[in-house]
Design a protein. Structure first.
Length: 136
């Protein structure tokens, strides 16, 4: 793992969350993005080398909607940047971590992502993410 890429925070209202974190961090989010496949609207704040990702559900059956219903707003996951997501998934599975995805999927902010079940990481949902390389 290279670094903490971001911390994901579940919010009921992205606009209100953006106002709070803009005030807290002294800068506005640099990106807003909808990930339709996950039923989520996101915003990203750069904080040093890491980011804060705010996540608002766009559908009642999305993971974020279910999380907020069960636990309320707050830290949803911690994401670690990896060089090779396939190798990292294999390594984590070999170490006994329960991987929630058979294959990585396209996430927000130009990333391939997969998740490790919180029951195998002290109650914390862990995301592995790799920047999607584009040929220019």
């Amino acid at each position: 793992m290279k670094r903490i890429e971001h911390i994901g925070i579940a919010v009921k209202d992205l606009e209100a969350g953006n106002d709070i974190y803009t005030s807290l961090l002294g800068k506005a989010p640099y990106k807003l993005e909808e990930v339709e496949s996950e039923g989520v609207l996101t915003s990203f704040f750069q904080v040093g080398e890491s980011k804060i990702e705010l996540l608002q559900a766009t559908t009642a059956d999305s993971a974020i909607a279910k999380y907020i219903e069960k636990k309320g707003e707050g830290i949803h996951h911690i994401a670690f940047e990896v060089e090779d997501i396939y190798a990292s998934m294999k390594e984590m599975a070999e170490k006994g971590f329960r991987i929630l995805n058979e294959e990585p999927k396209k996430g927000a902010d130009n990333k391939l992502v997969c998740f490790i079940h919180p029951k195998s990481s002290n109650g914390v949902l862990v995301e592995l993410c790799q920047t999607i390389k584009t040929d220019h």
